[in-house]
Each structure stands twice: as structure tokens, then as C-alpha cells.
Design a protein. Sequence first.
Length: 328
Amino acid sequence: MRWLHLSDLHYSPNTQNYDTKKMLEKLDERIAELSKKARIDEVFFTGDFRFSKDVESVTARQIAEKLLDIARFAGGDTPARIHIVPGNHDIDLLEDKSKTPLLRSVYTNYKHGAFQGDVIENSTGIPCKDYLLRRLQFYRELASELNDPIWQNSNSLHYCREYGTYKVVYLNTAVACGYLNEAGHLVIGYDELNSSLEQCSHDLPGIALGHHGLGCLAIAERRTITEIFERHNIRLYLCGDAHQGDSAFDDYIVQLTAGGLSLGRNRVEPVFLIGECHEKKVSATFMRINMTSLILGGIIHKLSVKPLHGRFCLLIPWDSHATTSPPL
């Protein structure tokens, strides 16, 4: 299975600058070139489809059309080939970040990996999980435009789905976003994540998709989710949020981060990944679009079985009993 991974589109066709428009054109061209060399089977988008401070300038339908355009350049616009998860910019924030009593209640009531208890809104108690799901209105509209079978009528926080010889785990890492100083303190409801994985085969190797890197989670949350991934044969985690192409690994999980696709903001690196899941291994290549010449800048680093002239290389065994090799 060959896949494409993009993140942090922050799409705003009516307000985006000239450089972003040209960069997206070059992105489409390069993806088309890659798909001609070898079929791209699946397209993974890991959140932040819009810019939260400019929500009036773009609709869910416009974003869906852009995602379908990218999938079309990748070899087909069948919605079933598009896999999405929400980012923090895709959440409808129902209260100002400086005044977050409802979210404070959510974190206070978070116990044993579950959002328990109620938040009090207008003197009425609302279950914490219901309040958090209510903030997904825009994202559900996007899922509906894509005819996404997973998220459009979502009543769960996370999902796992089997696709023949592998499975994909869809994480809503933005579920409790919007709280001040949340980096390194996020919680996502790992009890429900584990329950969703229990619905899929333990033996199938899996790819997890989420917006935030695991380092954005609270320490205990991150430790438990890593254990859950290992128990359910999830070795590869694709994410975004950092706006920089990056890779990280521990004894079991390999995390690959795609960059941002909206130029003009600080420290945005337009990076996407092209990868392939073989029978016994996963390989991936980071591709960067040069921000000055607006042509493909080349490979940042490659994750592969063999060393690449001293560049960062890593073997990711596609096997629940194998171990990850150190960087070469």
C-alpha cells in the first residue's frame, strides 16, 4: 500500500497569499508526477484544514473540493481513499481561551482515560463528552462533504478500521483543545481509544493518524497511549501541527510529522511525505517544496531499509514481534 501524507493545509482560497497559491500548484504537479511513477493508494490528511481566526472566509465544501483535487492529482478522487482527522483549528471553540470554565471542568473531571461528569452551561449540566463532541460541528460538515463514513455522524472520539491487510486508527487529539498552556498537557480519552482498537484484529499491523505529536500529550497520557499502540500492533504514527517536517522514535513507535502548507506564518516548512507499506516493512520519504524558487527542493531525509549517504535512515519492521532499528 502506497500512501501520501499531508497536514496543516489552513486552506483559505479568498485570503491566501500569492506564494501559498503557487506553492499549492507546485504541490499538485509533484503529487501527479509521483502518482504516475507508482499508484498512490491512500491519502492521509492530519488536520488543521482551516485557519481558526479566519473561519468566515472558507466553507467546508471549499475545503472538501481542495482535498478531492489533491486526491485527484494522486490518482483518483474517490472519497474512500481520503482519510482525515481533526486539528485544533477545525474545532469550534465555544468560549474564549482566556475564559475557559467549561474546559477547566472537562480537565478536572478527566479520570482513568475518560471524560467523566458534567460541565455546567447556563445552569444546566451537560456531559463532558457531549460538550466536546458539540465542538465538532464544522469538522462533521467537512466529513459529510467528503461522504466520510467514519466522522460525519460521529459519536465517538476515536476510531479504528480494517482495510484488508492493515488497519488505520483515527485519533481526535484536538478533542480537548482550547485551554491555555495546553502543550504537553493534552488529554484525548485513551480509554475510548483502546475500546475502538479492541474492535479490530490485534494481528493486523496499523497506522495511526492524529494531528498533534505525542509530545503534546500529558506525560501519563502519552505513556498509556504508547502502551496501547504496542498492544495493538500500531508502529507508525503520522501527525502534523508543528508546521515542520520531523521524525521521532522510541523502542516501538515511529512518529512522522508533515509540515505546513500555508506560507506567510512563522516557521512554516512546506513538507509532505510519500510512503509505502510492504509485507514486512514501511518506508517513507519526506519531500519539501522550496519556498523561494517554488520548485521541489528535494528529499529532506529518507526512512528506508538502507543508509542514504549518511542521511537519517530507519527500518520500521511491519511486524508486531520485530524491533525498530536505531538510526544509521
